[in-house]
Ligand binder design. Structure first.
Ligand code: CU1
Length: 520
C-alpha cells in the first residue's frame, strides 16, 4: 500500500517503507486496530444475520423442514447468539469505537499498551474460526449459555462444544487485554486539564464497560473450564449456571453501556445542546455496573431457587431499572427545547431510545420472580429489543456519526435514511409479534410450533427478511461511502469546534484520521 504524505515522512525517519503486512496486519496503532475490529464486526454480523434469516425461514410455517434436525437447529441458534454477542456487538462497540475514540477524546497519543492491543485483536479471528467449526460440524448445539447437560460430553455429538468453549477462552483473553488497556489508558494518559468529571460520556461508557469485563470474564472462564469436564462425575449443572450468569448479566451492560455514551454524543449534537445532567449520565452507568453484578439469579427462577432468594433478585432488578431510566430521561431532556435535526445518526439514536425503553420495560416484567414459566418465547422478543434493536442501533448511530472523521468520506444521507427505516420496520415486525405467541406459552429454542401460533410467526419471519434486506442496504451504504469523492468539511456537523470532542494534544488530522502514520 502506498504511504501517505505523512506516512512517508515518518518512514524516512526509520529508513524503510513498510509493506501492506507491516503497515496494517502488524500495526499496533489504535486507529488501525479499531478499523480491524469494525471490519471484523461487519463480517461476523453478516454471518450472524444470515443465520437469523435461516431460522426465520424455518419458523415461517409450522412443521417447516428448512432446518431438518433438532441438532442442526440447536447448532444454528448457538452460533447465532455467540457470533452476534462476542464477534459483532462487542468488537464493534469496545474494540472498534473504543480503540478509535478513547485516545482521541482524552488527548492521548495512543493506548497505554499498543502491542497488547495488537495481540488482543488477533486473538479474535482464531476464536471466530473455532465457533464456525462448532457450527459447520453440527456439533455445538448447547445454545450461547452452554448449560450442562446440553454441553456435556455425554450428550454433545463430538468435540464441537469443546471448540466453542475454547473459542470463548480465546475471546475472553482478547477482551481482558483490551479492557485492561482501556482502564490504564483512561486513568493515566488524559491530557492536562482533562479531569474525570470532564471526560466525554463515551469514554465513561467504555471505562465502566472495561471494569465489567475485567470482573466478569474471568468468572465465565471458570464456568466454561468446569464445563469441559463430565458433569456425570460429580458435577452440578446449577453450579455452572451461577458463575455463567454472574458473567452473563453484566455482559448485557457490557453491550449497552458504550451505546449510552454514543447516544449522549449524538443526541447532544443534533439537539444543539449540551447533554442534560452530565454527572447523572456518569453515575447512572456506574450504578448499573455495580448493581448488574448482584442480579444474576433472575435467570434462574426455574432452576430451583427458593422464594426469598428469588424475591431479593427481583427487587434489585427493579433498582437497575431506575438507573436506566436516568439515561432515557436525560436524552429526552436534552432534546426538549433543543433545535432537533433528524440527520441519519439522530434517527438511529431516537430509534435506540424508543426500542431500548420497550426492551427495558419488558425486562422488568421478566425479572419478576413470581413468574415461573420456563423460557417463554417473549424472552427472545425482550432481549432482542435490548440488543438487536438497542445495541445494534447504537452501533449504527456511531457509524453514521463518526465515519466521516474516520475515513474522510461521508455516507450518502438518502441511503442512510433508507437503511434506518428498513431496519426499524424490519426489526419491529420481527420482534414485537414474538411477544404474542410467547404470552400463551410458545417456548423458545424450538424449531416448530403448534398451528395456532402460525399467524404471528409468519409476520415475524416477514420482518426478518426486511431486516436482511436492510443489511444489504448497509453494505451498499459502505460501498457508496468509501467511493464518495465529495469534499468533507473539517467539522462536518457544523456545530462549533467542540462537537466531535477531540482534545489536544491529539487533535483530529486535517481531513481524516488515516492521514496519520499507522506504523509506530
Ligand atoms: Cu440478567
Amino acid at each position: 500500500m502506498a504511504a501517505t504524505t505523512h506516512g512517508r515522512r515518518h518512514d524516512e525517519h526509520h529508513g524503510h517503507t513498510p509493506g501492506f503486512v507491516s503497515r496494517w496486519l502488524f500495526s499496533s496503532n489504535h486507529k488501525a486496530i479499531g478499523t480491524f475490529y469494525l471490519i471484523f464486526a461487519v463480517i461476523a454480523g453478516v454471518a450472524g444475520g444470515a443465520l437469523s434469516v435461516a431460522m426465520r425461514l424455518q419458523l415461517l410455517h409450522p412443521h417447516n423442514t428448512v432446518i431438518t434436525s433438532g441438532q442442526e437447529w440447536n447448532t444454528t441458534i448457538a452460533a447465532h447468539g455467540l457470533i452476534m454477542i462476542v464477534f459483532t456487538v462487542m468488537p464493534a462497540l469496545i474494540g472498534g469505537f473504543g480503540n478509535w475514540l478513547i485516545p482521541l477524546m482524552i488527548g492521548a497519543p495512543d493506548m497505554a499498551f499498543p502491542r497488547l492491543n495488537t495481540i488482543g485483536f488477533w486473538l479474535l479471528p482464531p476464536a471466530f474460526v473455532l465457533i464456525c467449526i462448532g457450527l459447520v460440524s453440527g456439533e455445538s448445539g448447547a445454545s450461547w449459555s452452554l448449560y450442562p447437560s446440553s454441553s456435556d460430553i455425554a450428550y454433545a455429538f463430538g468435540p464441537g462444544v469443546t471448540y466453542t468453549l475454547f473459542a470463548l477462552h480465546l475471546a475472553g483473553a482478547s477482551f481482558l487485554l483490551g479492557s485492561m488497556n482501556f482502564i490504564v489508558t483512561i486513568f493515566n494518559m488524559r491530557a492536562p486539564g482533562m479531569t474525570m468529571h470532564k471526560m466525554p460520556l463515551f469514554v465513561w461508557g467504555e471505562l465502566v464497560t472495561a471494569f465489567l469485563l475485567v470482573l466478569a470474564v474471568p468468572v465465565l472462564a471458570g464456568a466454561i473450564a468446569a464445563a469441559l469436564f463430565d458433569s456425570q462425575n460429580g458435577g452440578d449443572p446449577v453450579l455452572f449456571q451461577h458463575p455463567f450468569w454472574f458473567f452473563g448479566h453484566p455482559e448485557v451492560y457490557i453491550m449497552v453501556l458504550p451505546v449510552f455514551g454514543i447516544i449522549s454524543h449524538v443526541v447532544s449534537t443534533f439537539s444543539n445542546k449540551p447533554v442534560f445532567g452530565y454527572l447523572g449520565m456518569v453515575y447512572a452507568p456506574i450504578a448499573i455496573g455495580v448493581f448488574g453484578f448482584i442480579v444474576w439469579a433472575h435467570h434462574m427462577f426455574v432452576s430451583g431457587i427458593d422464594v426469598d432468594t428469588g424475591t431479593y433478585f427481583m427487587t434489585v432488578v427493579m433498582v437497575i431499572a431506575v438507573a436506566a431510566c436516568i439515561g432515557v430521561f436525560s436524552w429526552i431532556a436534552t432534546m426538549w427545547g433543543g433545535s432537533v435535526e433528524l440527520k441519519t445518526p439522530m434517527l438511529w439514536a431516537i430509534g435506540f431510545i424508543f426500542l431500548f425503553t420497550i426492551g427495558g420495560i419488558t425486562g422488568v416484567a421478566l425479572g419478576n420472580s413470581s413468574e415461573i414459566v420456563h423460557a417463554p418465547y417473549r424472552v427472545v422478543a425482550h432481549f432482542h429489543y435490548v440488543l438487536s434493536l438497542g445495541a445494534v442501533f447504537g452501533i449504527f448511530a456511531g457509524f453514521y456519526y463518526w465515519i466521516g472523521k474516520m475515513t474522510g468520506h461521508q455516507y450518502p444521507e438518502f441511503w442512510g435514511k433508507v437503511h434506518f427505516w428498513l431496519t426499524f420496520i424490519g426489526v419491529n415486525l420481527t420482534f414485537f409479534p414474538q411477544y404474542f405467541p410467547g404470552l400463551p406459552g410458545m417456548p423458545r429454542r424450538y424449531s416448530d410450533y403448534p398451528a395456532a401460533f402460525a399467524g404471528w410467526n409468519y409476520v415475524s419471519s416477514a420482518g426478518a427478511f426486511i431486516g436482511g434486506l436492510a443489511l444489504l442496504v448497509f453494505l451498499y451504504v459502505c460501498f457508496r461511502t468509501f467511493t464518495s469523492r465529495a469534499h468533507l468539511a473539517d467539522n462536518y456537523w457544523g456545530k462549533g469546534a467542540t462537537t466531535l470532542e477531540w482534545t489536544q494534544p491529539s487533535p483530529p488530522p486535517h481531513r481524516t484520521f488515516m492521514e496519520l502514520p499507522l506504523v509506530r
